[in-house]
Design a binder for this molecule. Structure first.
Ligand SMILES: CC(C)(COP(=O)(O)OP(=O)(O)OC[C@H]1O[C@@H](n2cnc3c(N)ncnc32)[C@H](O)[C@@H]1OP(=O)(O)O)[C@@H](O)C(=O)NCCC(=O)NCCS
Length: 170
């Protein structure tokens, strides 16, 4: 699926995003509210739009050559002064297992290091999220360690791996 492209997320993607935010794997492994809140995609998008203006976060839709929505690639935390970004990704259920997540992360990382000027990109991945760990490996990330019993959401804690990639990793 190397032909996919990332485009800035806009309101045109919100129906697809709403569906994605209700997906069981997304609810299990991301900080989005569980159970899903109807209409939450618009609120979530509004927050990202405000952060985009400030340069503290960015979000993209991954789209196939025929226009099919494949998922969301995002930088939930951008620290411009430190030149560091946390990155993340969610693939639409129908598009999983075809290399989409790996290609999204490759392109997102490339954006972070070029247009974003980042000197460090990081990922936070639950120890139970094996597919996401495979995505990290395939996109050239290095496992740095595990944050034990780290606050996750809604009173939940979990063990979370920290992965990173530097521009000099080649
Ligand atoms: C994690 C996620 C992004 C992976 O996307 P994807 O498009 O299916 O990923 P890829 O097709 O690039 O596959 C990546 C690897 O995961 C493996 N994989 C896929 N599903 C798996 C499963 N259920 N169990 C174990 N491995 C699995 C694939 O075989 C592949 O491994 P390989 O490199 O050994 O071949 C997707 O499952 C997802 O959106 N999950 C919910 C949201 C999420 O967890 N986001 C990440 C938060 S850190």
């Amino acid at each position: 699926m190397s032909q996919l492209r990332l485009e800035l997320l806009t309101e045109a993607h919100l129906d697809d995003v709403e569906q994605l935010l209700g997906d069981p794997e997304v609810l299990r492994f991301t900080r989005l509210p569980d159970p899903a809140v109807p209409g939450y995609a618009l609120e979530w998008y509004g927050r990202y739009q405000a952060a985009r203006q400030k340069g503290t976060a960015e979000t993209f839709a991954a789209v196939a050559p025929d226009g099919t929505f494949l998922g969301v690639a995002l930088a939930p935390h951008i620290d411009a002064e430190a030149r560091e970004m946390e990155l993340g990704y969610m693939v639409a259920a129908a598009a999983r297992g075809q290399g989409v997540g790996s290609e999204m992360l490759r392109q997102l990382t490339s954006w972070a290091f070029t247009e974003g000027g980042a000197m460090r990109a990081s990922l936070l991945i639950d120890v139970a999220n094996v597919p996401s760990q495979r995505v990290a490996v395939r996109a050239g990330y290095t496992l740095e360690g595990v944050l034990r019993s780290s606050y996750f959401k809604q009173g939940l804690r979990s063990d979370v791996q920290v992965w990173s990639r530097l521009p000099s990793d080649g």
